[in-house]
Write a protein that binds this ligand. Structure first.
Ligand code: HEC
Length: 186
């Protein structure tokens, strides 16, 4: 019985290799322009699909101009990437790629109450330094903010919790910064 199963599996594997081996007609080679350049230059911090990591937030919801500006002349904790490291041409491709993701709003316009703010501040402090984060403390405080919040804010605070759990705390850090008004310039 087990032996038969193994046999079947081996066969299936062989068939897969056989089918996958030949580059049949090129249909499989669709890669979006800018994707490879994004992964090579930005993926290390923002993840290859741009959805964020513990270190850096999602890049979604930005325009071409915002991307060009952020890379050459960044806001916040990101270091500029100069033209000798990333050419204007490659950066233009990257910006097109990122801008094509979606037009979902990058930063929802919410006003936390004072009580919520206290918890949001504590959550921010707990994940402020990505090399030394306390996810549990952050989540405990966000849970408390959820318990206090109105429905729009509940959704957002829940997203922050999900991001922290998904090892994409950079998103939560960035969003909290915006919510608490710790970022100037926007
Ligand atoms: C060494 C890590 C690192 C690399 C490499 C990097 N970034 Fe960033 N980036 C960050 C961090 C950290 C932030 C958050 C800045 C802050 O909020 O203080 C950020 C913020 C951003 C933002 C703003 C996000 C927002 O919601 O406002 C954009 C857009 C962005 N980066 C695009 C890029 C692009 C495009 C590249 C590649 C060309 C890139 N980054 C490469 C670390 C990095």
């Amino acid at each position: 019985m087990l032996r038969n199963l193994l046999h079947l599996l081996t066969l299936a594997a062989l068939m897969l290799t056989a089918c996958g081996g030949a580059p049949a007609g090129g249909a499989a080679t669709t890669s979006t322009p800018g994707q490879a350049q994004f992964a090579a230059n930005c993926g290390e911090c923002h993840s290859d699909d741009g959805s964020g990591t513990d270190e850096a937030p999602s890049v979604r919801g930005h325009t071409v101009e915002q991307i060009l500006e952020q890379v050459r002349n960044p806001e916040g904790d990101m270091k500029a990437i100069p033209a000798d490291k990333l050419s204007d041409a490659d950066l233009a491709l990257i910006a097109q790629y990122v801008a094509s993701f979606s037009d979902e709003e990058a930063h929802p316009d919410l006003m936390p109450t004072d009580e919520e703010r206290t918890h949001l501040e504590a959550a921010f402090e707990a994940i402020e330094n990505y090399e030394n984060m306390d996810r549990e403390v952050a989540i405990t405080h966000l849970d408390q903010a959820v318990a206090l919040a109105s429905s729009d804010s509940v959704d957002l605070y829940q997203q922050l919790i999900d991001a922290i759990n998904a090892k994409k705390a950079g998103n939560a850090r960035h969003e909290l910064k915006e919510l608490l008004g710790l970022e100037d310039g926007h």
